[in-house]
Design a protein around this ligand. Structure first.
Ligand SMILES: [Zn+2]
Length: 497
């Protein structure tokens, strides 16, 4: 293994030398300090302005250091200006892990690894008001670690250290895996197996992909187990960390299957409305997993029921349904799409009709009725009426089919409190006791500051979730109230369903 690695390194050094035909050759060097990644650029042309391709999300992590300043940025470019012609220095603040995984830049020179790093590569220089492109072949990359300089090569937009690349032979689409050498073997084979099956499955339904796919998986030392990743253009980046993942674990395996089937579907998604894109990927994953035998019918039904219950109970109040980045989009998207497109063929047929502009996204609602369209949409965006609109979209909640681990108590109190406290959730659950906190936002007839609730409508909170939910919903519908009781009190709070 060691021999192989040295051999790879030799090839890499050979390739990394900038071609002599480059007029704007650039040396880019990375080093890490206090968790931040530093990037130094040395451009052969003595210019004072350098452009990177990076979106706004990444630009918030960039700080100029020494004489470099970040002078402009939009959703595609970041402009750096320097006092010292030809030299630019930036520092990237450590980012949240979700941004790291999907949007770059992600690098940890401490414990290995790889980077999907397009965003810090020099893109062009500005000279006499003119933009001159820098080809990636004209950039020489190196990493500084422990007083050593190691030259590196970009491969498919990844800067890689201690990774092994393998390509599948003759598959459609071609798939290249970049696998960190730390990666536990069971995870590698689990991911590869699911990726192959998911690609084949979706291609059969939606047509072949027109591009090759690259998949990078890395494993890091971490005190706490973590797992994240995402799709970016034609790349899927998956990161793991922590001892817990080193041995096979069935829970982790299930999570991985769901993750891979969801993410691979994103190769067939476009910049649609985010609830359709994410809910669609969750729904597609459930359909595919049912078909290939990773879920049985019962599990598939419970997924749908759980999504609609979660959507309604958690997000029915104060939801801004059409906002990008709204956190209810997975559950609500799955619930709405699966209600209006209940069969596999309905769903895939619908998906093929989606256009790039996202104009057709809401066609799915035409099953409700074309007339209701505008009203529904405006209701969904209003704090007061979102729950009524969601009721129309979700239909009756199939709470009888909820899985036994669905957190019924939490769902109930989210729903109840949101009605009383203007969307502010003010409770805490702990071992079958719910502590309600009296807040200014709440309009309830309570006198104490904290109430320790132990029963709902006479049912102890330790009852089965389905029992509690059934009682809560039917009492809200028939008497428009919920009865909460504890050691020394019994109160009635009005509720609507
Ligand atoms: Zn997604």
């Amino acid at each position: 293994m060691k021999y192989l690695f040295q051999l790879l390194l030799l090839i890499i050094v050979g390739n990394a030398t900038a071609s002599s035909s480059c007029t704007n050759s650039t040396k880019v060097s990375f080093y890490q300090e206090d968790g931040s990644l530093h990037v130094n650029y040395h451009v052969s042309a003595q210019v004072k302005q350098l452009e990177l391709v990076a979106n706004n999300k990444v630009s918030t992590a960039i700080e100029g250091v020494k004489g470099t300043q970040l002078t402009a940025s939009d959703n595609q470019r970041v402009l750096l200006t320097t006092k010292d012609a030809g030299r630019f220095d930036i520092k990237l603040k450590p980012l949240g892990k979700y941004i790291n995984a999907t949007y770059t830049p992600y690098i940890d020179l401490g414990t290995a690894h790889g980077v999907h790093i397009n965003s810090v590569l020099p893109f062009s220089i500005l000279k006499d008001g003119q933009r001159h492109k820098i080809d990636h072949e004209c950039a020489t990359l190196s990493i500084q670690r422990a007083d050593q300089t190691q030259k590196i090569e970009m491969q498919d937009g990844f800067v890689l250290l201690n990774f092994t690349a393998t390509s599948t032979q003759g598959s459609q689409p071609p798939v290249t895996y970049y696998i960190n050498e730390n990666m536990p073997a069971w995870i590698v084979s689990e991911i590869k197996g699911n990726v192959t099956k998911a690609l084949r499955y979706y291609a059969a339904e939606l047509g072949d992909l027109a591009f090759p796919v690259q998949i990078m998986m890395s494993f890091e030392d971490s005190e706490h187990p973590f797992f994240d990743g995402g799709v970016y253009a034609n790349k899927l980046v998956i990161r793991f960390g922590g001892e817990a993942y080193k041995q096979f674990d069935q829970g982790a395996q299930r999570h991985l299957q769901q993750f891979v089937y969801h993410e691979i579907f994103h190769f067939w998604t476009k910049p649609q409305q985010s609830w359709i894109r994410e809910g669609g990927a969750d729904y597609a994953a459930a359909i595919a997993m049912l078909d290939v035998g990773l879920l049985d019918k019962q599990q598939f039904q419970s997924k749908r029921a759980e999504a609609s219950a979660t959507c309604f109970m958690k997000f029915g109040h104060g939801a801004n349904f059409l906002a990008q980045g709204w956190r209810g989009r997975y559950a609500c998207g799955l619930a709405v799409l699966s209600r209006f497109l209940p069969s596999k063929s309905d769903f895939f047929k619908y998906w093929k009709t989606l256009d790039k502009a996202g104009k057709n996204d809401l066609k799915v609602l035409s099953n409700v009725s074309q007339k209701q369209y505008p009203r529904l949409i405006s209701q969904l965006n209003s704090q007061e009426s979102a729950s009524a609109a969601l009721k129309t979209l979700l239909g009756p909640i199939q709470y009888q089919q909820l899985p036994s681990n669905f957190n019924g108590t939490s769902a109930i109190f989210v729903h109840l409190m949101a009605q009383h406290c203007q969307g502010v959730v003010s409770f805490h659950t702990n071992h079958n006791v719910v502590s309600l906190y009296n807040q200014e936002a709440c309009s309830w007839p309570l006198e104490k500051l904290v109430y320790e609730v132990k029963a709902l409508n006479g049912h102890p909170l330790s009852s089965k979730p389905v029992e509690l939910l059934t009682s809560y919903i039917s009492r809200c519908q028939s008497e428009r109230k919920a009865v909460l009781s504890g050691e020394t009190f019994k109160v009635e709070l009005p509720c609507a369903w």
